[in-house]
Ligand binder design. Sequence first.
Ligand code: G6P
Length: 547
Amino acid sequence: MRQPSLTSTASFQALAQHADIATTWQMRDLFAADPQRFERFSDEAAGLFLDYSKNRLDGRTLELLMQLARERGVEARRDAMFLGARINNTEGRAVLHTALRAPRGASHVVDGVDINADIHAVLDRIKTFTDAVRSGEWLGHTGKPITDIVNIGIGGSDLGPKMVVLALRHYAHPRLRMHFVSNVDGHDMDAALGQVDPETTLFIVASKTFTTTETMMNAQTARRWFLAHAPEEALAKHFVAASTNTEAIKAFGIDPANMFPFWDWVGGRYSVWSAIGLPVALAVGFGYFKDFLAGAHDMDEHFRSAPLEQNLPALLGLIGFWNRQFLECSSVSIAPYHQDLNRFPAYLQQLDMESNGKRVTRDGQPVDTPTCPAIWGECGTNGQHAYFQLLHQGTDVTPMDFIAALRPAHEMDHHHTALLANCFAQSEAFMKGKTADEVRIDLTAQGLPADEVERLTPHKTFPGNRPSNTILMERLTPTTLGALIALYEHKTFVQGVLWDVNSFDQWGVELGKVLAKKIEAELAGEPAPNLHDSSTNGLIARAKAAV
Ligand SMILES: O=P(O)(O)OC[C@H]1O[C@H](O)[C@H](O)[C@@H](O)[C@@H]1O
């Protein structure tokens, strides 16, 4: 049944009315009026603590947001996802990344197939294979243990494993160096091949479809490079694949025993839990990979069972929606105060923007509100010394997600104290700001003359009232990382339901791919009789002249 448009729903209209007043609130005043604000607007689940008190909202705002979530059918759609309904309606697919992290024996039958048994059969193979590589039992063709793993994949077949391997570097095997090649730009492959030895390198070709041009070109290049140093029969010791397309893997020449399959109901950006997670299991070992899955499963159970009012993904999704819709925030900045989460903002860019960067509803009607904000960010404290200026004093309001671990994985405690102090200070500053009067008092106390005080005051004033969430975990471990990623996956899901978009397709990446094919042929020598607009024709002509 067609959903009514978002703005026509009673709960949206009630929210819009409420927003007329709520958007004028100052968070300073909200904190002053309610000493319990932190306790009231924070919660925890699956090892993650969420403080959402530094947002421009009150109890009534949340009540109305919960009504909206219920009117839009968040709970019913969530249940449908977990049960394997084909909620990806433009591709006719189920969406079951949650099944990938369910424990063995969790009954899950989809279209008559027990997917839990299939999933665990592949996990068992991943265990056997990764144990052998890590122990040194798996040898390269000249009898040496593997020292370097090169993952060849792009998008979801790169961002997840790369981000997780980096985040869990404290758990990594000391012998195995991990490399990730994604870009069709030969500089990427060149840099990796320059660091590895064909006798001791294992290539993973990671591609859900096994048709992505970048990955196929990179895989062929790696294969040629390898065969320039080793005989054909050595391939089986050095090339493995993770994909849903077993025929294409065979055609590429990878030994069927080295295929790690997954299924079309796993979206690329949700695939780190599948065979695409092979680099993670190789780096940290199967035991920690299982912990990673278990952490995500904990968050799944929470998302599935907690009432919306205490449901972390629902809260994050609804607050993000509130900021996007009523505070008109067109971007969100992610600030991990943990250097090992360096690639987390990049990972979230694909997760969120490829999922909800849509302009029509599930049944093809134009949406009547803005949808996904742009997601960007950088680790704290680095971002503070680059773009935080704009966040504090620019003309746009950009909500922030601060993410931190209370305990470090190193012993330099004073560094960690400084890091956390910065994290908490920034969210305080965004919320409080600094009024013109406070600036005047400060400058006067410094002994500045009155005219100088007036001249500088506007420059030193901070508007504040800028929203943020803070997510804390005890430590960054495989388990808490799994929960953190699942938290954002489900947040993205909740927002997709509110906007009634299909969060699980990505047609928007197709047009450029098709045009690139044509232009590639033209650049490679096919006649290009000015087929394009004058700009594109001109650029092609310049590139051809340079060759
Ligand atoms: O894993 P693959 O099939 O090679 O796909 C890799 C990536 O490319 C596509 O263009 C999609 O936009 C992504 O969602 C996907 O993760």
